[in-house]
Design a protein around this ligand. Sequence first.
Ligand SMILES: [Mn+2]
Length: 231
Amino acid sequence: MKPIIGITTSIEEDKAVKIFGTYVTAIEQSGGIPLLIPYLKDRENLERIVDVCHGFLFTGGKDIDPSYYGEEKKDTCVITQPLRDEVELRLFESVYQSNKPILAICRGIQLVNIALGGTLYQDIPTDYQTNIRHRQEEHKDQPSHPILVEKGTPLYAMQKKDVMTGNSFHHQAIKSLGKGLAVMARAEDGIIESVFSTERRYLRAYQWHPERLYGYDDNKLLFDDFIKACK
Ligand SMILES: [Mn+2]
């Protein structure tokens, strides 16, 4: 039976629900049934979605309000979406408790880290010394900076290589790690590009967008591996 995968969406100021179709396609291509999760006010409704789905994809998007990790919002922090923050953090809490598989991408890795008590660099160009452009000028479907995979991690077991090519369109990144998270990969400047949970069945998070890089390395494997874990 194909697993149903709950996908978080961007909840805009005007209440519009948006998502890049690339996430939906990637889930379907790897054998899952995508189900978009809108803004739900009622906690019990969200709980029912957690019951129904077999796995969850936390997607990319705008910055998360720094008050969730105890910091004042700096001017460099871009737009925040209070409704989305509220839904996703509540959803994460419930999914994490359920021990169902989690895949998190871009904003997703940041959300997972914050939900588990970690912090972020609010703006890499001003808060971190680096020569790497984490907000690439190349097209989103093109790779830009290398991803250094750490040996002995699930990502290494999957890819069997030390270096992958990643795309990069983030201006924030993990500063201190959340509870139970371990690093799987970094950029050459030390910025964390991937983590996994040592305390849960399956929680893998990537700062780059594998769903847009199927022609490079085996990025599709990251989705195949997730769907396999959801069965
Ligand atoms: Mn990057």
